[in-house]
Write a protein that binds this ligand. Sequence first.
Ligand SMILES: *Cc1c(COP(=O)(O)O)cnc(C)c1O
Length: 553
Amino acid sequence: MDPVRLYAYNLRLFVNGYFSNKDPFQIVTITATTVLAGVWLWEFVFQDESLVSRGKKAIFKLARRIPAIANKINMEMEKINQEFEDDVIARCQGKPFITELPKTGRTHDEILKEVEQNLTLGEYKWKDGFVSGAVYNFDPDLIKLLTEVYGRASYTNPLHPDIFPGVCKMEAEVVRMTANLFHGGPDSCGVMTTGGTESILMACKAYRDYAIEEQGIKHPEIVLPVTAHPAFDKAAAYFRMRVRHIPVDPKTYKVDLRAMKRAISRNTCMLVGSTPNYPYGTMDDIKQIAALGVKYNIPVHVDACLGGFIIAFMEDAGSPLPPFDFRVPGVTSISADTHKYGYAPKGSSVILYSHPKYRHHQFCVTTDWPGGVYGSPAVSGSRAGGIIAACWATLLHFGLEGYVEATRKIVATTKYIEQGLREMDGIYVFGKPISSVVAIGSDKFHIYRLSDGMCKRGWNLSPLQFPSGIHLCVTYMHTFDGVADRFLSDVREELAFILQEPDKKVGGKFAVYGMSHSIPDRSIVGDFTRFFLDAMYYTPSKRQETGNSKALV
Ligand SMILES: *Cc1c(COP(=O)(O)O)cnc(C)c1O
C-alpha cells in the first residue's frame, strides 16, 4: 500500500474503533463539537494580528486586572490626564471659553477681534522658523490672494458638477498638472483629497477592492516599511486590512528589501515606499520595490505626501534623485500633498494612479438609494470648492520656476544644516536625508536632553522613537537669513553643556516621551494618547465655571 492509502486506512481503523461503542447521538455531537472547535482554532490562529502580538496583549490585559497594578496605572493615568488638561489651560492663557451660542449674533468687528486673539495664542515663533515642519511657507501677499480666491469660491461644491462646473475643471487641472509633474502616462489619473491621510486611505481602499474583485484575494495585506506614515495603519484599521511592517536597514534607514520580499504572500495587495519618509527624511529604493511589484503582480504606492512638491523639482534645481515616479515601471500610485511643499492652504492633497482601473476601485457608488444613484470619488460627500480653487491658485502663483527656486533654497538649507550637524561631537545623522528632513540621534547621551534644551531656546523639534531621535523638517522659513546658523549654534551650545554631564537624566516634558518608549504595554501608551486627544477638546465644565474648582475663566 502507498503511504497515503496506508494512512487513510489507519485513520479509518482508529475512527471506527473510537466510535464503535458510542450510540448515534454521541457520534453526532462529538463530530459537531470537533468541527466547531476546529473552526474556532482556525479563526483564533489566523486572525489579522499575529499570535505573539495578541498573546502579549492578553497578558498585559490580565495584568491590568490585578488590583494593585490597576490602581497604580489608574493613578498615573489620572495624573497624566490632568497634566494634558493643565497644558491646554496654560496654552489658552486665561482667555475665556465660549460654551454657548451667543443669544444675539456678534458684530463682524467683535468677531474679527476674537479671532485675532485666538490666533495669537501659542508661544512658538513659527513665522521665524523655530518650528519643524507644520507651516511650510508664510507669505502674507499670497495669503491675500488666496483669501480672495477662497471667498469667491467658498459656496461651491464639486459634488454638483452641473451647478459648479468651473470648480470641477479646476480640480481636474490640479490633478493633471500634478500627474504631469510625476511623468504620468496617457492613462494616468487622480483625485484631489483633503490631505495626505485621505490620499493614502484612498490608495489602500482602491487596492483592497482591486485585490478582492480582480485578483481573488480574500484577506488583502499591505506590505510597508516601519517608517511609512501611520495613515496606512489607519487605512488598515478602517478597511479591515492587515499590515506587515518591514524593518529598515540600521545604517541607511531605507526599507530592507530582502525582508520586504520575504513578507510578500498571496494576500499582498500593495507595496509601499516613501519619498522621503517623515521620521528620517530618507528615501526607500523605489526602483527595487517597483521591480518586486512587477515580478509578483502587486500594485506599488509611492508616498510622496511630504516630499512630493520638492522631489518633483529637484532635478531642475540641480540635485537629481534616483527615479521615483511613474517613469519607474511598476509604480501604480503616488500621493503628493499640495498643502505641504505645494504651499497651498491646509486641506488639499492629490492621489494619482497610473491607470483608471485602480481609481475605479477608489470610487464609492450606491445605486439603490431612494435619493438617487450616488457616486463620490473620495471620503467626503460635499467638498470645499474654495479649497480646490485656493490650491489651484497657489500652483499658478508659483509656477514651475517658483517651485524650483523654493526647492533649491530648501534643499541647500537642509544640506547646510546636515553638514553642520555631522561636524558636531556626540550626535549622528540617521541615514542620508534626501530633501528636507534631517534626523539626529546620539549614543553619548539621551537625545531628548537636546530636545529639552532646544525647547528652552524656543525651538520646537519633532521627537522620534525606536531608536530615540529628533528631527528638523526644513521649511521655507528656515531658508531666511540667519535661521540655519542660529539653529546650528544653538545645537552646538546645548551640546557643549550636555556633554559636560552626558549621563544626566532627561527632564521637562521630554521625560514623559522618553518614559513612554520604555513601557512594554503599548496599550497604556495608547490610553495616554487618547487622553491627549481628549484634552484638545477641553472646555471648562459647568462645575468649574461656577468657581467650584480651579479658577479658569
Ligand atoms: C504628512 C505626511 C502624510 C500625511 O499627510 P497629512 O496631510 O498630515 O494627512 C503622509 N506621509 C508622509 C511621509 C507625511 O509626512
